[in-house]
Structure formats: C-alpha cells, structure tokens
Write a protein of this length. Structure first.
Length: 331
C-alpha cells in the first residue's frame, strides 16, 4: 500500500481528547499505510487540560500531507492565525483531504473551506458556527458529515466515529473494525445518528440495552423484529424504542440496517460468497435489498465495493465515491 501521510494541526487551546483521537486511530501500524505528523505554529502548544505539548514539526510539514486534521480548540470564536488559514487553503487547493474534529470546524470555516458545504461541530457551539459563517450549511443532529474530501465531526468523541469512518473509506471495514477493537471503541455508528442523546454513555444495570444490542449482533442473519428485541430486553415495545433511541441516538430498525451493512462489508472483503449469500448471511435477505442499502449508505454497489477493497488501490485515493453522506438525523 502507498504511504498515506496524515498531518494533525495542533492549535493553542487544543482539547487533549480531540487531539488524542486522530493520533491514536492513524498511528502507524504494520497493516495500515498511515504516517502521522503533529504540526504547530510553534514548538510549544497550550492545551485546555492545563498542560503544554512539545511539537517538533511546523506548518511547513503540512505540505507533505495527504490528509490534514484540525482537532478542536477553545475558545473556538477567536480568529485563527493567518498562517494557519493560508496553510489550510493551500492544502485544500492542492486537493488534499481536510478534516476537523469538534470545534476544529471553526478553523476550516474561517479558511473558507466549508463555504457551500454541509458541516457540523460540537452541539454547544452549533449556533455560533451557523451565525458566524452563514455560507456553511450546518447539520445540527449528526455524528459527522462527509462531503467527500472535506469532513467534519460533532463534539469530542464523535471524532472517533469520523476517524474510523475515514479508515473504512480508505481501507475497508475489516481494517476499521480491527482498529476499533484495539481502541475498545463502540461498534460502527452511522454518521446520521444524533450527536446529543440523553444517555451518551450506556447506562449500567438493568436499564441498559447493551446486552440486547450484543445479542442482536450475533443474530443478524435472523429476521429480528422490534417485538423480539423488546422481549429480550424485557420491556414493552414502546419503552424499548424510547430507551433504545435515548441510548444510541437512532431507532432500532436503523441500527439493525447499519449493523447489517457493516457485516456485509466485512463479508465482501474477506470471502468469495455470492452477493445473494452475503445478503442472506448479514440479514438483508436478497441481493436487491443489499444493493439498495449499499446505494443509500455507501453510494456504490456491493460488486464495486468488493472490487475496490480486494484490489486495495493506493490509500491516498478516494475509495468510496465522494458524496455528502449525512443529511440529518435518522428517523
């Protein structure tokens, strides 16, 4: 695989967790092509955690990057340094992929990179982004937005979802799921899920539906119904649907579809099964239904997806057709 260089731009007031996410996901591994560099305007950068970071590389190193990531920083409304704006504009002008995590979207917006595009940021700063940058179409209730070569995530931990989504685009579901397991991250969450839910962390004890979700993941090939899921959770259907949405930010049926599509991606990458068999084994029933969901979620076909991720083209190319893949919260 061709080397894919990732530059993480560290600004004063960087949020430590926002910075840690891409440095962990894109850290060099034998099975991935990523090379990671942290870049800053100066060698010492203050964080919101009360400590300082030493950064060896300057902004000049961004020129060598294929993907440029700006983690969140505080306060987000302060004007970014002109040198940063020039660097981001130059990277985007050369066709490089530009990504923000959380309030890093304010830097991309200030550079004009988000003009005319959909974007998101931390829910607490959505109004500020919308008011300060009216040329940006702000999506309020999503985990992340993929506009092809410009991607933005919602608050903090949504950066994990976005970074794993990028790995899926580059290398496929198997590689992304392997990294997620290493991070002990949650299973794949589609970008259209709500970023702010009443229970962003699964509630421990009898009211948590984590056990039911794990049970369902082992039975994706079966025709699971809301009634069966509710019975496993020992709840009425109405209570089950309410609790499920509160915990996950999406509906049970949409969650099942996303889980089945992700399972299909792994089967297409790792087996020679027919499209019909893949559809049956992941619970989508028929090849026609599998194609329908692949078109809706991935903007491609199962056959094209398999061809892409079995031939493994260079990692610095867009492996899934660029498209605005998140338009709002799921129903």
């Amino acid at each position: 695989m061709a080397v894919h260089r990732v530059a993480v731009v560290v600004l004063d007031g960087v949020t430590p967790l926002d910075l840690a996410i891409p440095t962990q996901v894109f850290s060099p591994r034998p099975e991935t092509p990523y090379e990671l560099t942290m870049c800053a305007l100066s060698g010492q950068v203050a964080t919101t955690g009360g400590f300082k970071l030493l950064v060896d590389a300057g902004l000049d190193q961004v020129r060598a990057a294929d993907t440029v990531i700006v983690p969140g920083f505080d306060p987000p409304l302060r004007p970014p340094p002109p040198a940063l704006l020039d660097t981001l504009q130059e990277a985007r002008g050369r066709g490089r992929r530009v990504v923000s995590i959380c309030t890093g979207a304010f830097a991309l917006a200030a550079a004009g990179i988000l003009d005319g595009l959909h974007a998101t940021t931390h829910w607490q700063h959505i109004d500020d982004l919308e008011q300060r940058f009216p040329a940006v179409a702000v999506d309020r209730d999503v985990l992340y937005v993929d506009e092809g070569e410009v991607l933005t995530s919602a608050g903090v931990c949504c950066g994990i979802d976005l970074c794993l989504h990028i790995v899926r685009r580059d290398l496929g579901a198997v590689a992304a799921n392997r990294i997620a397991r290493g991070l002990v991250a949650a299973p794949h969450r589609d970008g259209g899920q709500a970023q702010y839910v009443p229970a962003p962390v699964a509630v421990a004890g009898d009211t948590s539906l984590a056990g039911t979700r794990a049970w369902a993941l082992e039975r994706l090939a079966e025709p699971l119904s809301i009634g069966e899921l509710a019975r496993h959770a020992r709840m009425s259907q109405r209570s089950f649907m309410r609790h499920f949405t509160e915990e996950t930010g999406t509906t049970p049926l949409q969650w099942l579809v996303n889980a089945r599509v992700n399972a299909a991606r792994e089967l297409l990458e790792t087996t020679d099964q027919s499209i019909d068999q893949v559809a049956q084994d992941c619970g989508l029933g028929s090849a026609a239904n599998l194609r329908l969901h692949f078109r809706r979620v991935l903007h491609t076909t199962p056959t094209a997806y398999r061809r892409t991720f079995t031939r493994r083209p260079p990692a610095d190319t867009a492996l899934v057709p660029a498209a605005h893949t998140v338009a709002g919260p799921t129903a």
